[in-house]
Design a protein around this ligand. Structure first.
Ligand SMILES: C[S@@+](CC[C@H](N)C(=O)[O-])C[C@H]1O[C@@H](n2cnc3c(N)ncnc32)[C@H](O)[C@@H]1O
Length: 199
């Protein structure tokens, strides 16, 4: 796939596969205890969360644009007999096809222009089953590291806007984390875990 945001990660993932770097990141660690049932992981990357959720009993559908990532997930799921289906997909204008108990979207939506990012957030909210959870992690305003972005093709969410997209849900977690980035820049993340009211 030719998208800048996919190519950037695809070459990074190839190096990680070669060197065997498969650690969960802090956002994935935060999400895991809340996942249950059928899980959709949008922008799953190398699948560290998808595979670990399956080890803990979830049935996972993992989608990403990187073919290196999808190949790694399929290989690991097959050899460890884990309930993970992984598919390569361009998620920019993707429509979720059915309901899930848990939908995870860590580190993806900031690579979409604002209209598409907001539409994807609303699509996620619509497809979580009653009593289920959405896990969203995005870069927010205040981020000054632009190295991953294609000019004009990204969205830094205003602070608080992710939780607002889940109005009426229980906001289980909403945390802001700032990390230093190359060139004395910053990455500022918002991580939201929201539970949909039971029917
Ligand atoms: C910051 S990484 C996050 C990966 C993983 N969720 C994690 O937490 O490690 C962003 C991911 O989004 C994927 N991605 C970016 N734009 C995409 C698009 N348009 N369609 C599908 N995947 C995309 C990249 O391939 C990459 O795996």
């Amino acid at each position: 796939m030719s998208r800048h945001s996919i190519g950037f990660f695809d070459s990074q993932f190839r190096n990680q596969v070669t060197s065997g770097q498969f650690a969960l990141n802090p956002f994935e660690e935060l999400a895991l205890p809340y996942l249950h049932g059928e899980v959709l992981d949008l922008g799953c990357g190398l699948g560290n969360l998808a595979l670990e959720a399956a080890r803990r009993g979830c049935r996972v559908t993992a989608l990403d644009g990187s073919d290196a990532a999808i190949a790694r997930i399929r290989e690991e799921a097959l050899s460890a007999r884990l309930a993970v289906e992984a598919h390569q997909a361009d998620l920019l204008h993707y429509g979720i096809d059915r309901a899930y108990d848990s939908i995870v979207c860590i580190g993806l939506l900031m690579f979409f222009p604002e209209t598409a990012a907001r539409a994807a957030l609303a699509d996620i909210a619509r497809h979580v089953r009653p009593g289920g959870v959405a896990v969203i992690n995005v870069l927010v305003e205040g981020t000054t590291f632009m190295g991953m972005f294609e000019p004009g093709h990204y969205h830094l969410f205003p602070r608080g806007s992710v939780a607002e997209a889940f109005a009426g849900w229980e906001i289980v977690a909403d945390s802001f984390d700032t990390f230093p980035a190359p060139g004395a820049t910053l990455k500022v993340f918002d991580s939201v875990i929201a539970r949909k009211p039971a029917a």
